[in-house]
Design a protein around this ligand. Structure first.
Ligand code: AMP
Ligand code: MG
Length: 312
């Protein structure tokens, strides 16, 4: 998915640790093979290529995923919407960036939005009009992390791990999103940090993560420039333009896919609406706003403050 993965594990036995890393990595690779639009042969690429030529039958795992994406698109009122492939193409967000003409933008908007595709969750079919496509950018990493977790936990769910390995702790860092399980011996969590919204090398918040996943959506991460103009890589699907927020938002959630989707949706909503929305749903989110001062302004939801009270 055009990213780098760093996997870490703690183990009492080398063979158990190596085996765990292999399982985690294989799950990431399998997810990439199914979802990545950087690969022409992935299931999602084939689905996108079939737009305009009738309904496609989805594999059970992609069908499950689509059900969840449909739920999140409705729940966020379209702030998150994976059916924005025509818009990301119009702005060339996966290339060098481009400001589309009014006509090109209007055409892309007419081919974007979940409400324009037909997903039959019972039959597991998806039909998209010609020119429409699914963009996995806002949920693919989260899905991969959840599948990696399931891949190692499926084997150890009943009773003790077969290897007798008590310290089955691991962390995966996909750049912009981490997921953890267990804690390193003698600690109460993995040390992770949230970067400055404009300078990703500068850590601003240092958190101890005992479980779940932390996802960040940020301007600095992958924004593009066309001449003097910054083109944010996160779009507001409702007007087809890059969202104007230029800070970052980080979400903690037990499920990596939810953290991934929610950080993108909250970025689109911006800090004012986003914090109300998160508080109304008990979502743990923190916005960093870069201003004139060297340190960014930190605005956290109630659930985030409660979970990471040590830093407040
Ligand atoms: P993230 O960095 O997880 O917030 O995901 C951003 C990526 O998701 C972008 O690079 C696009 O590929 C895609 N994307 C942009 N805006 C949206 C949106 N509002 N909903 C869903 N996907 C989006
Ligand atoms: Mg995301």
């Amino acid at each position: 998915m055009g990213t780098r993965a760093v996997l870490s594990t703690w183990t009492e036995r080398r063979d158990a640790g190596v085996e765990r890393l292999e399982r985690l990595l294989r799950a990431l690779e399998d997810t990439d093979a199914q979802l990545s639009t950087w690969r022409p042969d992935s299931e999602v690429s084939r689905l996108n290529a079939a737009a305009g030529s009738g309904a496609s039958v989805l594999s059970p795992s992609l069908c499950d995923l689509m059900r969840t994406l449909e739920h999140w698109t409705a729940e966020t009122r379209g702030a998150f919407d994976p059916a924005v492939g025509a818009l990301t193409a119009a702005w060339d967000l996966h290339g060098r960036g481009r400001v589309p003409s009014q006509a090109a933008l209007a055409a892309a908007r007419a081919r974007s939005g979940w409400h324009r595709l037909t997903f039959d969750a019972g039959r597991c079919t998806l039909r998209m009009p010609a020119g429409m496509s699914i963009d996995v950018g806002a949920f693919g990493k989260g899905e991969a992390l959840d599948r990696a977790r399931a891949a190692v936990h499926a084997t150890t769910s009943d009773g003790p791990p077969p290897t007798g390995d008590r310290h089955a702790a691991w962390l995966i860092d996909l750049g912009g999103q981490v997921a953890v399980s267990g804690v390193p011996p003698g600690t109460s969590g993995w040390d992770v940090s949230v970067a400055h919204p404009r300078r990703r090398e500068t850590p601003v918040l240092r958190l101890q993560l005992p479980s779940g996943s932390l996802a960040t959506s940020a301007g600095s991460e992958r924004d593009l420039r066309v001449g003097p103009r910054r083109i944010g890589h996160i779009l507001d699907p409702r007007n087809g333009r890059p969202a104007d927020f230029d800070g970052s938002v980080t979400v903690w959630h037990e499920r990596a896919r939810a953290a991934d989707v929610l950080s993108t949706a909250l970025f689109v909503m911006g800090p004012e609406k986003g914090l109300d929305w998160a508080d109304a749903r008990g979502i743990a989110a923190v916005y960093l706003l870069a201003g004139a001062a060297p340190a960014p302004v930190v605005r956290a939801s109630r659930a985030f403050r409660a979970r990471f009270d040590a830093i407040f």
